[in-house]
Design a protein around this ligand. Sequence first.
Ligand code: ATP
Length: 811
Amino acid sequence: MAHTATPTTSQKLKMKIAVLTSGGDSAGMNAVVRSVVKTAIAKGCDAWVVREGYEGLVRGNANGSSDSGAVREDASFVHNLRFGDGELLKDGTGDYISGRTLKGRYIVRVGWDDVRGWFGEGGTLIGTARSTTFRTQEGRQTAVYNMIKEGIDALVVCGGDGSLTGADVFRSEWPKHVEALRAAGKITDEQVTNHHHLRIAGLVGSIDNDMSMTDLTIGAVTALHRICESIDNINSTAVSHSRAFVVEVMGRHCGWLALMAGASCGADFIFIPEDPPSEDNWEDSMCAMIQTHRETGQRKTIVIVAEGAIDKDLKPIRADYIKDVLTDRLGLDTRVTTLGHTQRGGAPAAYDRIMPTLQGIEAVDALLESTPDTPSYMIGISENKVTRVPLMEAVALTRSVGTAISEKNFKKAMSLRDPEFAEMLAGFYATSVLLKEPKLPHHLRMRVGIMHVGAPAGGMNAATRTAVRYCLRQGHKPFAIHNGFLGLLDDNVHQLSWLGVENWMTRGGSELGTNRKLPDIDLGAVAAKFQQHNFHALLLIGGFEAFHALTMLEGARKNYPAFHIPMVHLPATISNNVPMTEFSLGSDTSLNALVQACDAIKQSASASRNRVFVVETQGGKCGYIATMGALATGAVIVYTPERGIDLDMLRRDVRFLKRRYALDQKGKAEGRLVLRNESSSDVYSTDFIRKMFKEEGGSLFDSRAAMLGHTLQGGIPSPLDRTRAVRLALKCMSFVEEHHQALLRQHGKKHAPPESAAVITIQGTTIKWVPVTEMVAHADMQNRRGKHAWWEPYQDLVETLVARQQLLDKH
Ligand code: ATP
């Protein structure tokens, strides 16, 4: 995981670090630039941006250096450089560069505030390009010269595999070009000594998620958001007219977007390059499957095609051709929608703000630690952890997917994608293909109870749909237990059907109905109901209460044989407070709702006058949403129940805000966010803090409050919550199947071991089953959260990214 290195390391190594974006743009590139710039400055280095990708390196600065060389020591940390209208570098305080235009300047020294507010913007604000000149030796030599002229020591490149290949070529050739420039008398011996080696780090900015050795590329999640938004919209018109839609999405060599969209939106069929249809006459099987779905009563048909989709002989499969097949053979009123560049645009999703921020920090760390002998690193992601992998290894592996496909070795192509890819493909088939004959023999089939417990969270319905469809394929009978344990006692139990859950991927809230009641309202009666309905397995979807309920059911096994069945808990809560798991369903949806609300609040704040908005978030006694929300929105202060609030803290906060506002450009209103979890303090309420800031802000800043409340629970579930729901629900179903079969092998004894009552958790890079009996030791039952909060250090990061300590120390 990325951590901020201590400033002491950096002060020893005062580097000039430049960042560029290259290749196709993607959401999150601005977050990378912001993070690299801020981290570099926070660690005592100078930060530079290169405009227009590698082309900017080649063009350099027409009118000499863009660094005045006269940065005042005391202004070097927070100086008010700004890009004005994309053309002028304006300075607010007059202490740095005055009236210099960016025309003809591509390598530009930037300051802390230049990158303020960049989170909310899609694409890349420093420009990107495809540079043919940089592909030549001469072009790269000019780039070396321009960089040395500006004194740049290190480069962060954010782009696709082409850009990262370029980065590696550039680094390996660097010494050769330096030597040639010295021989030509263009650089001095001192410059040669200072720049004998280039430090480089790569981040993958690509909407296709087509890079190996990283789970997710920067921008892919946002592109998936755009695709899902479009398909969700198409769904309603498709149902109204009983139409079929063939939707083409991006992905020349990688089917990730098509696959994830297929799974998230409940598509009927997908075409991706890595897994072409295996038959010659795939049209027949596609039509047969769609016909089966229509026979269940389904009124819409959605087929998703990656732009690089092919058949097993590598012949492209085009959306128009599929449309003709569906129209001619099934008589369906079929339309084609090509999403095209809409997929690239729009505000970055929460994930594409948080992860690029962490990756940018890691990139700067990698540069600071780099030596001539270390390889160039690509900063990747494994589950939710930031990783460093050798850049060229990742590029070579990525290329080998393309080669495997061109050699028709699709098995290999699939194996080269990360494991989640294959799991999601299996998940897609498991939830989209209705079999004529179920898979399991009668004696292995189960009656599965599914219940939602606690507050609603995005993805609960998606997980239920997945479980139901899996059950029906296998031959199990899925039962909805409506309204939690109370509903069970009222016999509010109904069998679920394939069609009944059709639209549940996109539904927020809880379709089953949920409440916070635990089984101890009457354990004996609950056991009797289990017996009456003859449940062989139970799936609980919910938050801390669901976990608590499972501990009770497991504990009651000694008294009630009806609980000797496999029982699983799939964590789903916006608070993300279930012990031992890093993510619960709903927390991503909630973060995205928070980001959207905060973007709007910040805009309104900046439009009027200097204003601090104290935004209250839900989360119970868990500060996850507030902390990650602060990271995703660039909030300046975050209050959580884990750390609480005291007077000293508030005093420092006021001092920090005063110093921060005093440094702002005069005449321009600035809005800043403070995030406060609802349970951070019983005394220092949101309204108290608002009033205190208003009073203390005086003429510097005003203050307002906003309560996000239940808006954080609702809305359409995010694609990440939907895909996680599919993946985890399938694992839950395999788990209960395995344990059910183990019970059958006991020949009537029916003794379920403790590990058959378990919680599915995401821990680091793996998914782990934790017996509920073990979980108890990790739970803070009083505060309803885990004892260990993996995200807690990010609170410090929020402070680092607003230079809190430096501002408090400086004056
Ligand atoms: P996308 O995934 O969006 O296509 P990309 O980074 O793969 O992004 P490319 O057009 O392949 O896009 O590469 C971007 C730029 O990187 C090129 O225009 C070129 O300047 C540089 N580049 C790519 N490959 C090389 C190479 N082998 N040597 C030097 N420079 C390269």
